[in-house]
Design a protein around this ligand. Structure first.
Ligand code: URA
Length: 228
């Protein structure tokens, strides 16, 4: 991997500061000052120092948060409460970030990690990661509506949503599984069948589920727990 990426993964500084430090001659590779941030290096083989210190690879972390309503999915915001405020103090807030996004009024499963590669892969549209939402509705859902959602509805943006999977629960509640993550996707899909979401909770993301977690709870999981 590139020297710059190696140092990012060690968490010694931001990418920008690392690039600058390399140019300033503050990084050595196998005993010699290395000025090229793109030089290929390998974990466990190359010996690297940053300001005279051998940095260690930061342990990658994975957490499932049961998000509650009222928090926006962002790392910071001037006025609104963010999901970061739901993280307990033992979580290193400077290294983890949410994978994907839930609306302010949406509850449920939000994955946090410091693993940029995993986040990229899980969020990539080609991966078609399944996300299941428990949806409560303002009006009763008809079998025609279910058929439409399972065939693929046109959103108000003109975008043709991929077919979803519907599990009927009651006249005004369903579980909806989708593989996309467009802005307000579930709300817009239900709007396309002349309905309105009154409550939304993500209960599944890929193979991860909320299980017996309680609102606001956070659980650390392992990389091996996540199938992609
Ligand atoms: N779809 C929505 O409309 N909102 C969410 O928060 C997630 C999916």
């Amino acid at each position: 991997m590139r020297l710059e990426k190696y140092l990012v993964e060690c968490g010694v500084a931001s990418r920008r500061k690392i690039k600058k430090a390399i140019l300033e001659g503050r990084v050595t590779l196998n005993g010699n000052v290395e000025y090229n941030d793109g030089t290929e290096v390998e974990w466990g083989i190359d010996s690297i120092t940053f300001d005279g210190i051998i940095p260690k690879r930061k342990e990658l972390k994975y957490y499932i948060l049961y998000k509650v309503a009222g928090y926006i999915t962002a790392m910071s915001d001037e006025h609104r409460k963010t999901v970061v405020e739901l993280l307990p103090s033992y979580v290193d807030r400077s290294s983890v970030f949410p994978v994907g996004r839930l609306d302010k009024d949406t509850e449920g499963l939000l994955l946090f990690t410091s693993d940029g590669n995993l986040s990229y892969t899980m969020s990539h549209p080609d991966k078609e990661m399944e996300k299941t939402y428990y949806v409560e509705l303002a009006r009763e859902i008809s079998s025609d509506n279910i058929l439409a959602l399972e065939s693929g509805v046109i959103l108000d943006t003109g975008y043709a949503a991929l077919p979803g999977k519907v599990e009927y629960i009651s006249p005004k509640s369903i579980n909806l599984t989708i593989t996309e993550g467009k802005y307000h996707q579930v709300k817009k899909m239900l709007k396309a069948v002349q309905n309105r979401v009154t409550y939304l909770k993500r209960i599944q993301f890929g193979n991860l589920t909320l299980g017996d977690m309680q609102p606001g709870e956070i659980r650390e999981i392992l990389r091996e727990d996540i199938q992609i």
